[in-house]
Write a protein that binds this ligand. Structure first.
Ligand SMILES: NC(=O)c1ccc[n+]([C@@H]2O[C@H](COP(=O)([O-])OP(=O)(O)OC[C@H]3O[C@@H](n4cnc5c(N)ncnc54)[C@H](O)[C@@H]3O)[C@@H](O)[C@H]2O)c1
Length: 255
């Protein structure tokens, strides 16, 4: 099960964190992988790791908020590997700031990456997937996205973007089912990645401790635990799953 031999994947935000784990896991299952992020050099290091372990990977720079970079990145993968079957829309930014202080340009910049960026990548990928009537799009949202009883104070633009990802994914799932493309969402809880350790995100040790205390499994998730869900959703075995959101949260929402 979960064999991805013969499939081609694009992972955005793949230089580190969950995107890197997704790329490694997809390659492990046999997919050829295009790793993209703002730094091609950093992606190349992950691609080298895959290639030296017998996989096939290339590195690309794609700023997901820029349509021309998305389209040329997808074209490059198609040229290199002959198609595109799987997209993991992982690139994202988290910025903590009180709602009353968020500037219009800060709102626009975050939404351009977290929401518009996912749409641009999905659209460019779906054009390729439709040619073979087979595709898997996996969009990364968050537990901070609304509708689940958690209001995540301090990042209204982030929550709005991730709620938008879920709405967008359900619509795309309905629209692209006839193209053979499934569209699903993985909504992580708190996962130990550079994002939450970055001083700019202002999580801080105390807040992380407080969150972990609320999680029944009493720990943060590992990037590989998100990648496992991505692999399932990328595989043939998920063929009857579309338009769904999977919370991978250590039981946080159940508590
Ligand atoms: N870590 C968590 O607890 C958590 C929880 C819920 C959701 N998420 C989401 O998971 C995804 C991965 O996050 P992570 O924790 O691995 O974070 P991370 O910061 O370690 O990785 C995110 C990557 O996205 C890249 N990126 C940022 N802007 C970009 C752009 N314009 N174009 C291309 N790439 C860009 C960054 O360079 C970075 O490498 C994000 O969408 C994030 O919102 C994270």
């Amino acid at each position: 099960m979960f064999n991805l031999q013969g499939k081609v994947a694009l992972v955005t935000g793949a230089q580190r964190g969950m995107g890197k784990a997704d790329a490694l896991a997809l390659a492990q299952q046999g997919a050829k992988v295009g790793l993209s992020d703002l730094s091609k050099e950093n992606c190349q290091k992950v691609a080298d790791e895959i290639n030296s372990n017998g996989g096939e990977a290339i590195a690309l720079r794609i700023d997901v908020s820029k349509k021309d970079e998305v389209e040329s990145g997808v074209a490059q993968i198609v040229k290199e590997f002959g198609g595109l079957d799987i997209l993991v829309n992982n690139a994202g930014v988290y910025i903590q700031k009180p709602a009353l202080e968020i500037l219009e340009e800060e709102w626009d910049a975050l939404l351009a990456i977290n929401l518009k960026g996912q749409f641009l990548c999905a659209q460019a990928a779906a054009r390729e997937m439709a040619k073979k009537k087979w595709g898997r799009i996996i969009n990364i949202a968050s537990i901070a996205s609304g509708g689940v009883g958690i209001g995540f104070a301090g990042s209204v633009h982030y929550a709005a973007s991730k709620g938008g990802v879920i709405g967008m994914s359900e619509t795309l799932a309905a629209e692209w089912a006839e193209l053979g493309i499934t569209v699903n969402v993985v909504a992580p809880g708190i996962i130990d990645t550079p994002m939450i350790r970055d001083p700019q995100t202002k999580f801080g040790e105390a807040m992380l401790k407080e969150i972990v205390a609320r999680v029944p499994l009493k720990r943060m998730g590992k990037p590989e635990e998100i990648a496992a869900m991505a692999v399932f959703l990328a595989s043939e075995e998920s063929s009857y799953v579309t338009g769904a959101t999977f919370y991978v949260d250590g039981g946080w929402l159940a508590a």
